[in-house]
Design a protein around this ligand. Structure first.
Ligand code: DAH
Length: 340
């Protein structure tokens, strides 16, 4: 045994380990559970007591030598790698940074904005925590009218005059209060409604409001503007359809449908086999609303519209569950990297 110990000693003394791999190979060969040195210790146990003494000492020294070498090399490697981190191998190809992607709702928002910007619309913004006047009263919702409840409003308990806006139409009012016509703006933003969360409803979502007020703005302008938008957004062959509707802040009012761009009118489950999908509410700004903002309805007219960004996004990408937009699941979000 003494011979093996001697031999192992000179072997160890001749080794120079300069990399993590070599140091690890050394550790495994000499010091791991099944390594040479622990095995020699196992053999030591079997020896008669008088021999144990002779062999034990040099074997302990051998172990100390191996451990000292290991320590020395590890420290050396540590120093050398200190600048670049302990486990960094500079010869490996670089791992590209993971670049985040734009949220699909933002992609749609940017697209909507860019279409209207080319028509001369500005982008305007307003508060999400709003007072009753800007969300309802100025928009010609009668006091105590059930229409206020229709929108499932979150009222603020400490101050019943304050609420989370139920639509972006509040920004119309704020804009008209502080700016003289001509006004041509779109107003994207988040809105809130007290609805049970499901695949088709959420307690918050996003809208884009549009407003154009000037002398001689007519229903024909509304129709043509939204027709142009629909073609830019959903493709050249898109048609629009206007259905009579009611909103307190517009008269007359219309829902805007676009021809289904999935089946092109043949019928599919996106358009529920009708060939049309609803994308916006719209109408001519009610004279009371203009008056409430200090604009003379005898001199000016305007049109307005409002559409849901979630709805348009779901149609564009064939997304069937509204909750996906707010769950922040990267598997969902990363699919929108290159699409605008
Ligand atoms: N504010 C309406 C809603 O949230 C949408 C809307 C309809 C906005 C007609 C308008 C409009 O500006 O003219 O349901």
């Amino acid at each position: 045994m003494l011979e093996i110990i001697d031999q192992t000693k000179s072997e160890i003394l001749s080794i120079q380990a300069g990399s993590h791999e070599q140091v690890e190979a050394f550790r495994i060969k000499y010091l791991s559970r099944k390594g040479i040195i622990p095995q020699l210790f196992d053999q030591l146990k079997e020896l008669p007591p008088e021999q144990k003494k002779n062999v034990g000492k040099p074997l302990n020294e051998l172990k100390q030598l191996a451990e000292a070498k290991l320590k020395e090399w590890t420290a050396e490697l540590g120093n050398r790698m200190a600048d670049v981190g302990p486990d960094m191998d500079l010869t490996l190809p670089p791992v590209p940074d993971k670049i985040g992607s734009r949220h699909p709702l933002n992609l749609t928002r940017y697209l909507i904005i860019s279409i209207f910007e080319r028509l001369g619309f500005n982008v305007a913004d307003g508060p999400e925590i709003e007072d009753d006047w800007h969300n309802f009263t100025a928009l010609n919702f009668p006091e105590n009218h059930p229409a206020r409840e229709m929108q499932d409003t979150f009222f603020i308990a400490r101050n019943p005059d304050m609420l989370l806006r139920t639509h972006t139409s509040n920004v119309q009012i704020r804009l008209m209060e502080k700016q003289k016509p001509p006004i041509r703006a779109i107003m994207p933003g988040r809105v809130y409604r007290n609805e049970a969360i499901s695949a088709r409803a959420h307690c918050f979502f996003h809208q884009v409001e549009g407003l154009y007020v000037d002398r001689t703005v007519s229903f024909a302008d509304l129709k043509q503007t939204l027709y142009h938008f629909a073609k830019e957004m959903f493709g050249k062959n898109t048609k629009i359809r206007l259905r009579p509707s009611f909103f307190p802040f517009t008269e007359p009012s219309a829902e805007i449908d676009v021809s289904c761009f999935i089946c092109h009118g043949k019928g599919c489950n996106i358009c529920k086999y009708s060939g049309w999908v609803e994308i916006a509410g719209s109408g001519m700004v009610h004279p009371n609303v203009l008056r409430n903002c200090g604009i003379d309805p005898e001199e000016y007219t305007g049109f307005a519209f409002g559409m849901g960004i979630e709805r348009v996004t779901m149609l564009r990408y064939g997304i069937n569950d509204l909750r996906l937009f707010s769950e922040n699941d990267i598997r969902f979000l990363k699919q929108f990297k290159k699409v605008l």
